[in-house]
Structure formats: structure tokens, C-alpha cells
Ligand binder design. Structure first.
Ligand code: RIB
Ligand code: CA
Length: 316
């Protein structure tokens, strides 16, 4: 794949952090311009501190800008049962000697996109509630010309994880998700139908946590927390947020379909449900998006685990 400029909007978060490890192991694929944070898995203070510490541990040397404290309309709901009180499965890593940028995420992204050289574009990788990105597109619609595509973890063709019909990132801020889905930008939706399958097994987690490789041990300890808490009945831990990155580096292991996307913004039982319409021909060209519908799980596990150990070798 050609090297892409990317901006990551995330809520680290165990799987957000492991996904950043995957990105850090693939400098040939990603030029990471910035990491922006948004309240989701934990509060904005905790996810921003985690982003600073995790990117320093991975020697990413990337600016971090803090974003929205809460969704555009709704009350914030966090996910402590899956990500722990500190957002990293209550694992501790060295505190980075770094602070977030002075600009909030929306303004920092706008500045980066505006300063891009003529003809260059950025891919947004979103692995959290879409509050920052929804506001960016509403306040500064002109930046759309600088966005190549948005590859996001969120939603589901069927099912949900925070309710029977809604996935966490979309459920937390459905209004923001609708702004993004209806923006006319090319969207790649990596939903639960695929990301739930992209899991590490309990034996893979045990092997990681017993490794001498410090990044492998960190990822093993974080997922070990998730395995013992939010995922104790599943016996595996889905690394949802690594899927958008792996879609960009290994599209061959995924199956995709053209779709049109919308979101249920009601307050009913299906609040936050993504409406994935495969009758894409009934929508304006600009509304054509992609949903990832299947994956080679063994290849996903192989490429993810390989990247974790490679990063550990690089930063030891
Ligand atoms: O539903 C999974 C998503 O919610 C992931 O992004 C995870 O980090 C949580 O934010
Ligand atoms: Ca996330």
C-alpha cells in the first residue's frame, strides 16, 4: 500500500492502545500526523493521559490533542467494566513527560488539514465515539476537501454490544455519527460483525503476558484484565480498533460491500443502531460507503501478534 498520512481519533482504551501499537509497527504504511482523544471508554482526562503515555511507550513521537468532554447531545457513558478505572485495564506504564497540545482536537485537526500541502489528503482513522469528527465537519465543512476517507470502528450490520442493537462508539454519540455518515465523505465502516471475530484467544493472551517482550507483556496484561472482567463469559478479547488499520495494510483479508449508512437517533430501544442499506444504488453517488462484512481471523491474529512483537523489539 502507498504510505498514508493519518490522524487517529480515539479513546484509549485497551484496544485503541493495541491498535496504536499496530500503527507504530508499520511506519512504512502510516505517517501519523496526530492523535486526538475523545471521551468514551473513559473520561477525557484519562483517555488523554493514556494517549500521551501509550504513544511515548511506543516511541511514536506524535502530538496529542484532547477533544470533547462529552457527546454533542447525550450524557457520556463510559466502559469501565471493559477498560478498567484507568482505561488501560488498570495496567500502569511510565508517565510520559508530555502534555496535550493547547488547541482542542477539532481545532488542531482543522489546523493540520488547512496546512497540508496542495493536493495532499489525510485519512482519518476513528476508533471512538465520533463527537470530535462530527463537530469538525459541521464547524469546518471546507476541510472535507482535505480528507481522503474516514475508516472507522463502529456500528454493526446486525446486533450490538452496549444494547442488543447498538455498538458502543455509535451509541454514545449517534448524532455525531449521523453527521459523519451523511457528510458525503467516503466512509469505511468496520462494524461488530467483523470486529467481534477479530479477537485474541485466552492462550494467545497468556503467551503475550508471559513474554519477555515489554510491548507483548503490556498488551497481554491489558487484554488479561478484559478477559477476567468484561469478557469473562467469552474466553476471548476482540481487538476491535485494530481492524481499521489492518483494513488499510491488508485489505486482502477482508470482504467488503458497498452500502449506504444512517443511524437511529431516537431514544427508543434501537437508539444508536446503524442502518446499513445494501441497496446502495438507491442513494446519491456521494452516499456510497463501504461496510466490512467478513475477515480471515487467523490472518488478523497473525499480523497483529507479529506487529506487537516487532514493536517490542524496536523500542526495547
Ligand atoms: O464497541 C467497541 C468500541 O468501543 C471500541 O472502539 C472500544 O475501544 C470501545 O471504544
Ligand atoms: Ca475505542
Amino acid at each position: 500500500m502507498e504510505k498514508r498520512k493519518i490522524i487517529v481519533d480515539c479513546d484509549p482504551g485497551i484496544d485503541d492502545s493495541i491498535a496504536l501499537a499496530y500503527a507504530a509497527a508499520h511506519p512504512e504504511a502510516f505517517e501519523l500526523l496526530a492523535v486526538t482523544t475523545v471521551a468514551g471508554n473513559q473520561t477525557i482526562e484519562k483517555v488523554t493521559r493514556n494517549a500521551l503515555d501509550v504513544t511515548a511507550l511506543f516511541k511514536l513521537n506524535v502530538p496529542v490533542a484532547a477533544g470533547m468532554v462529552e457527546p454533542i447531545v447525550r450524557e457520556l457513558q463510559t466502559a469501565s467494566e471493559f477498560h478498567g478505572k484507568n482505561g488501560l485495564g488498570d495496567c500502569t506504564i511510565p508517565r510520559a513527560d508530555a502534555e496535550p497540545e493547547k488547541e482542542m482536537a477539532v481545532f488542531y485537526i482543522k489546523k493540520l488539514l488547512t496546512e497540508l500541502p496542495e493536493g495532499e489528503k489525510v485519512t482519518l482513522i476513528c476508533t471512538a465515539p465520533l463527537t470530535n469528527i462530527g463537530l469538525l465537519l459541521k464547524i469546518y465543512p471546507e476541510v472535507k476537501a482535505k480528507i481522503q476517507e474516514i475508516v472507522l470502528m463502529g456500528g454493526a450490520i446486525a446486533g450490538g454490544n452496549v444494547t442488543a442493537s447498538a455498538e458502543f462508539n455509535i451509541y454514545v454519540d449517534p448524532e455525531a455519527a449521523r453527521i459523519v455518515f451523511k457528510s458525503g465523505l467516503p466512509i469505511v465502516m468496520c462494524g461488530l460483525d467483523v470486529t467481534e471475530k477479530c479477537a485474541l484467544t485466552s492462550s494467545q493472551i497468556q503467551k503475550l503476558s508471559q513474554s519477555q517482550n515489554k510491548i507483548a507483556r503490556f498488551c497481554g496484561e491489558m487484554t488479561g484484565y478484559s478477559l477476567a472482567n468484561g469478557n469473562k463469559f467469552r474466553g476471548k478479547v476482540s481487538i476491535h480498533d485494530a481492524v481499521p488499520y489492518m483494513y488499510l495494510t491488508h485489505p486482502e483479508i477482508f470482504k467488503v460491500e458497498k452500502v449506504a449508512l444512517d443511524v437511529d437517533c431516537s431514544d427508543g430501544v434501537s437508539a444508536g443502531r446503524t442502518i446499513v442499506d445494501f441497496r446502495w444504488w438507491m442513494y446519491e453517488e456521494s452516499e456510497e460507503n463501504i461496510a466490512v462484512v467478513d475477515v480471515d481471523v487467523a490472518k488478523f491474529q497473525e499480523y497483529l501478534i507479529e506487529a506487537i512483537y516487532e514493536l517490542g523489539e524496536k523500542v526495547k
